[in-house]
Design a protein around this ligand. Structure first.
Ligand code: ADP
Ligand code: ZN
Ligand code: ZN
Length: 736
């Protein structure tokens, strides 16, 4: 009897599939983690063998044969398959889809991988003294790199600033030779140099030292390293990394966003003499596949990547670091909706290694875990580089003279900053788009009588709706409080901000920084270089600006409509507002120039805003945690969202009604279990589709997990499930 290949396939079907080996391969030993090409209906798919069995539940004559075995050696190791299995169960997605997402794009196809050019010393080159090419610095660098690494690919040499003309010249002299290698050729032994440091590390200050002494290296523990921007978190990472590398182990460094990877790479390359690779979507496909193989073969000692890198096989993994752990980008928002942070926790646990989470504004999830002693809290309170904390000034927009977007005194401050030759950052809040209704005259905001929460303005048809209890109201035509007729959606108008600033400051460059303008490869790098030149300019942008970029010449940060977060229909609105405020404030005055932050608000007296400004993020976050406990929200309770969208709204609603009914039968609402909806999504129409959601919350996560599994099984059998687009989101981060 031939072995049966049990294969996970990228299909929405939540099961595995049995296949026979290809004709003539019956005796080949095939290991789990190997990719196979198989017929599936009328398609051909690439799947992963997860098990090899002696028998099948199906009659053997009915089984189809795999059409090809794609790898000699497994591509995914047992630990990664196990991690994917955990994620599949936890997030309620088919294993095949999770495994598929874990592979670099090129490996999701069955085509053989192209070969690449690689360079090594000739015998003559190897015979040269170590400093033998001193007179030509670029050639000397190649010489030195090849002495360290044995061989290097074109793309890797380019990362060190080596152009092909340098290599051609050396080839001409007979010092180096090229060869075409396939990605599978990775037999170079890993050499760990005696001195892996390329520069002297900073001497840790007492706080950094105390944090470093807490970290234990050969057992699982998650650490939350909390410290303001500039407090020296990265320096702590670098010390922990050095220790891990010295012990002969690899490091996985996760950053929230592609734009931050090059900056991190440069800083790491300055410090360490070991191979470092990047894994994120702005690395070209082939290079990414190469980098992935380098990580998997153990050749790359440090991997810097975005969320998708959390599944990279790394045989000697000894430490995971996840920087800016509060950042929304760690949660995948489509396809398999996993949180790279939570997958990293599980990975560290399974591998018995430490995980370091870093942030100036930790998520409530991680703070909650430190309060429960599940994570260990490490705190840095000083600014390591000696820069000062900026001063925050609140502008009451009800009283300030303004043009609907910018206050007059804001403009004056901008003008003064530019005149001093410094740079300005203007932050626009665009999260949780469906806005609250605001009277710009007296600051009145439409709120729900039942929940003390603000209502959300919807436009199809126009109405106000509470996203906490589902109460609905018509849109008033004038302010109920001061009778002013000028009611506007909070958050509008900020779109015009950049063009307004261009008008006010015609001689100053206004740079837009948002997802669109930063999509291009290295757009962020170019922007950083431009800013580093130091000419006065105004940066205008959204969330991007709140991430960990360094803008050393920015001395004034202006925040517009940030109080929108206080009224968001998303229960995480206030948390996000606090994080953005602190993060943006952290961008001002990083260098030796003192910084200033201007906060334009219609709610200067809001207790949460007051608390944040008076006592800081820590006290603010603890207050929010108390509220979450009262309102039975994450992270105290567990939450899942079922989402559905359809061109015909009634289909989406009916589907979720069916889901609600199934769920009700299995687990009726109770003091520790609740349902809300179906509700229109905060962004209720997108791409011609109407979007609805059903929210399920439970005091106990295991109850929620079991329920979800059963509900999904039932739902998949319904006819409606074929007619709408639907998905499940466990631990949703973005409620829009
Ligand atoms: P964070 O990651 O928290 O923003 P960094 O690690 O980037 O902080 O540190 C901010 C600045 O302070 C950097 O320029 C860094 O080189 C410097 N720095 C960090 N730790 C020390 C130290 N122990 N001694 C001197 N300078 C330090
Ligand atoms: Zn309500
Ligand atoms: Zn009013």
């Amino acid at each position: 009897m031939p072995p049966i290949l049990i294969v996970a396939l990228p299909t929405p079907l939540r099961r595995l599939f049995d296949y026979l080996p290809p004709e003539g391969n019956e005796t080949l030993s095939i290991l789990p983690g190997t990719r196979v090409e198989v017929p599936f209906g009328s398609q051909t798919l690439v799947g992963i063998v997860v098990k090899v069995a002696q028998s099948s539940d199906y009659p053997i004559e009915k089984l189809r044969r795999a059409s090809a075995i794609l790898d000699n050696q497994p591509k995914l190791t047992d630990d990664i398959i196990g991690l994917c299995q955990w994620a599949a169960d936890y997030y309620q997605y088919p294993l095949g889809e999770v495994l598929h997402a874990a592979l670099p794009t090129l490996l999701r196809k069955s085509d053989p991988l192209p070969t690449v050019t690689s360079w090594a010393h000739t015998t003559a080159g190897k015979g040269l003294p170590a400093t033998g090419l001193k007179r030509s610095p670029k050639q000397q660098l190649v010489h030195q790199l090849l002495l360290e690494h044995g061989q290097l690919r074109d793309s890797q040499l380019r990362e060190h600033g080596i152009s092909s003309s340098v290599l051609l010249a050396m080839e001409e002299k007979g010092l180096v030779a090229r060869q075409q290698v396939s990605l599978y050729d990775n037999h170079n032994p890993v050499v760990i140099p005696d001195t892996l440091l390329a520069e002297a590390p900073q001497i840790p200050n007492p706080e950094q030292q105390a944090a470093l002494e807490q970290i234990r290296y050969h057992q699982y523990q998650t650490y939350l390293l909390e410290g303001a921007t500039g407090s020296g978190k990265t320096e702590v990472y670098l010390h922990a990394i050095a220790r891990t590398l010295q012990a002969g182990r690899q490091v996985l460094m996760l950053v929230p966003e592609i734009g931050l990877a090059p900056q991190t790479l440069q800083r790491f390359q300055r410090r360490f003499k070991l191979p470092i690779v990047q894994l994120h979507s702005s690395v070209a496909e082939l290079e990414r596949a190469q980098n992935w193989h380098d990580a998997a073969s153990g050749k790359a000692r440090i991997v810097i990547g975005t969320r998708l890198a959390v599944f990279t096989p790394m045989p000697d993994l000894g430490l995971i670091i996840l920087d800016e752990e509060h950042d929304l980008s760690f949660k995948q928002q489509d396809g398999v909706r996993y949180s790279a942070r939570d997958v990293a926790v599980m990975r560290a646990f399974k591998a018995s290694i430490p995980l370091l989470l870093g942030s100036a504004t930790p998520s409530l999830e991680s703070l909650h875990n430190t309060l429960k002693n599940r994570y260990q809290h490490l705190v840095l309170t000083q600014r390591a580089g000696g820069a000062q904390t900026p001063e925050i000034e609140v502008l009451d927009m009800r009283k300030e003279e303004n043009d609907g977007v910018l206050a007059k005194s804001t403009l004056e401050d901008i003008r003064r900053t530019l005149a001093r030759g410094e740079q300005v950052l203007v932050f626009i809040n665009r999260r949780g788009y469906a806005p609250a209704l605001l009277c710009r005259h007296c600051g009145w905001v439409a709120s729900c009588t039942a929940c003390a929460a603000r209502m959300t303005l919807h436009s199809h048809p126009p109405h106000l709706r509470c996203h906490h209890c589902d109460q609905q109201k018509p849109v008033p035509s004038q302010c109920p409080s001061c009778l002013h007729p000028d009611l506007t959606a909070l958050g509008q108008g900020t779109q015009r901000c950049a063009s307004l600033l261009e008008q006010y400051f015609p001689d100053t460059e206004v740079l837009r920084v948002d997802q669109d303008s930063m999509r291009r490869k290295n757009a962020m790098g170019e922007l950083s270089e431009k800013l580093a030149q130091g000419n006065p300019c105004i940066l205008v942008g959204t969330q991007m600006l709140a991430k960990g970029h360094h803008f050393p010449k920015v001395t004034l940060a202006v925040l517009l409509d940030i109080d929108q977060g206080l009224f968001s229909g998303d229960f995480r609105g206030p948390e996000r507002m606090g994080q953005q405020l602190i993060q943006v404030a952290g961008r001002a005055g990083r260098g030796h120039l003192p910084g200033k932050v201007l906060l334009q608000t219609y709610q200067p007296d809001h207790p949460l805003l007051q608390l944040l400004l008076a006592q800081g993020y820590g006290a603010f976050a603890r207050e929010l945690l108390r509220e979450r406990a009262l309102t039975r929200m994450p992270p105290i309770w567990a939450m899942a969202l079922l989402r559905a969208e359809s061109k015909r709204p009634e289909n989406a609603v009916n589907f979720l009604q069916a889901a609600l009914k199934i769920a009700h039968n299995l687990r009726p609402p109770s003091p520790d279990h609740a349902y809300l909806g179906p509700l229109p999504a905060l962004m209720e129409k997108r791409n011609h589709r109407y979007r609805y959601q059903l929210q399920i919350t439970s005091a106990r996560r295991t109850d929620l997990q079991q329920l979800l599994k059963s509900v999904i099984e039932e739902l998949e059998k319904t006819a409606l499930a074929q007619r709408v687009r639907w998905s499940v989101d466990v631990d949703p981060q973005d409620m829009s």
